[in-house]
Design a protein around this ligand. Sequence first.
Ligand code: BES
Ligand code: ZN
Ligand code: ZN
Length: 490
Amino acid sequence: MIKVTINKKACREVDTIIFPFFEGNLSIPNEEVNNTLKRLEERDQFKGAFGTTFNSTRTKDGRVQDIVFLGLGKEDGLTVDKVRKAFGKVIKNLETLKSSEVFVGLPYLEKFEMAGFVKGATEGLILGAYKFDKYSTEEKKAKDLIVDLGGHRCNVELDQFEAVVEEAVMLSEGTIIARDLVNEPANIMIPSLLADEAVKLGKEFGFEVEVKDLKEIEELGMEAFLNVAKGSINEPKLIVMRHFGEPDNKDKRLALVGKGLTFDTGGYSLKPSTSMDTMKSDMGGAAAVIGAMCLIAQKNIKKNVVAVVAACENAISGASYKPGDIIGSMGGKNIEVLNTDAEGRLTLVDAVTYAIRKEGASEVVDIATLTGAALVALGTTATGVVTNNDEFYNDLEKASSLTGEKVWKLPAFEEYKKLIKSDIADLKNVGGRHAGTITAGLFIGEFVEDKPWLHLDIAGTAWLGSAVDYCPKGATGEGARILYELAKLR
Ligand code: BES
Ligand code: ZN
Ligand code: ZN
C-alpha cells in the first residue's frame, strides 16, 4: 500500500528523497547535492535522460538518507503518461531500499502544468508499486509506504493540488480493483464469485447490482450465452450494475458491456496449453467495467450508466456446445458455431441485446479480451477499436489522452461484414483467418440495433507477460480508467 500526500514537511525527516530532473537542468538549491550532480554529469552517470535513475546516499543531521535522482528528459517533450512511466519505474527502485517514508522534491516547471505532474506522479507511484502476492506464503517484501510530494524547488502553491492527488489515488485504486479481479485464479474466480465481488463493490462504492441466475438467463432467452456456458459445472451469472446520476434524463443511458469468461479452454476447438495458461484473464473486460463502475459511483458522475457482464466458463464436458452447432440468440439471429473458441462474441451479443432491450441503453461500449489477432496487430501497446460512430470514437480518444491507455481505430468496411455471413444461418462466429479483430468486432456490431457503439478489443493490453512501465507482469487493469473518463464525456 502506498499513501501519497501533498506535504511540504522538510525532507530532513525522511529516509529517502526522490529528485526528478529535466535533462540539461540538473540543479537544486543545495550545494552538496549540486556538486554530486555535477560529478555525475561529467562522468556520464546521470544526465537526466528520460527514465534513467541514479541512487546515492548522504548524511544529514546525523541521519543517513538515500537520494534517488530521476531523469525526466526534456520538459518540452513531457506528457502526463511519461510522468506516470518515470515514477512507475522509480518506485520499483525503492523496493531495495528500506524506506517507510519518501519525499519527492517536485521540480520547477516552466511550461508543464503542475496538476498534470502531480497526477502522473501519483498514478505512476501507486500503479507501479502494485503486486498480486496474496497467495505467496513467503514474508511479504511489499511494505506500506508514505510518499510526500512537495519541496521548495517548485514555483506554485501545492495546497491546491490536494484534490488532484485524491482523484489520482481513486483512479489508481479503480485500476487495481480490475487488476485484482483478473489476477485471481480461475479455480477461485468462478462466475458466482465474480458476481459476489460485484455485489460487494456495489455496496462499498454505491452502485446498484442485480445478479441473474441460470433460470432467469434461460427465461430471457439468452441462447448464445447459455450455449457457451453449458459445458461447465460452474453456473453462469448475468451481472447487471446500475448508476443513475441523471435520473430525469430518460433518453440517455450508456451501457458498458464487459466480456466475463472466467476461463477459456477454447471448448472442443481446444486451445494449445501455451495459449491456455493465461486464460484466467479472459474476464478482463468484466473487470474493467466493474472497476469503472466503482469510479463512476464514487465520484457520483451525473450520467446514467448501466454495466452488463455475462459471466461464464468455456469448458469441455458432454454438455458442451460443438463446432457445427447452430444456436439462437436473444437478439433473434441464428448463429453457426464454427469454432467454440470464438465464444466471447456469443456471450457479448446477448449481453448487448439485454442492455439495449431490458436496460434501455441508448449507446453501447463493449470491452473484451476478444481476439489473439489484436495482439498480433497492435501488440500490448494499444487497444483495437471497431465503431459505427466517429463522434463516439472522438470522445474515446479524448478519454485515452487523459489516462494513457492507447486506442487505435480499425476499419469497419462493408466488405468485412460479408466474412461473417453464414450459408445456412444468419451469421457464423468466425470470419476466417484474415482481419480477425475486425470481423469479431463487426459480429457484435450486428446486435447493436443502430445504437452508437464502440468495441474495445483488449486481448493485447489487458495482460502482460513481463512488466512494462507502471504495469507489473500479469493483469494491467486496462479499461477501468478510460471507461470512467469516457462516461464523464457522454
Ligand atoms: N479469449 C480469446 C482471445 C485471446 C487470445 C485473449 C489471446 C487474450 C490473449 C478468444 O476467446 C479466442 O480464443 N479467440 C480466437 C478467435 C478465433 C477462433 C476466431 C482467437 O483469437 O484465436
Ligand atoms: Zn476463446
Ligand atoms: Zn475468450
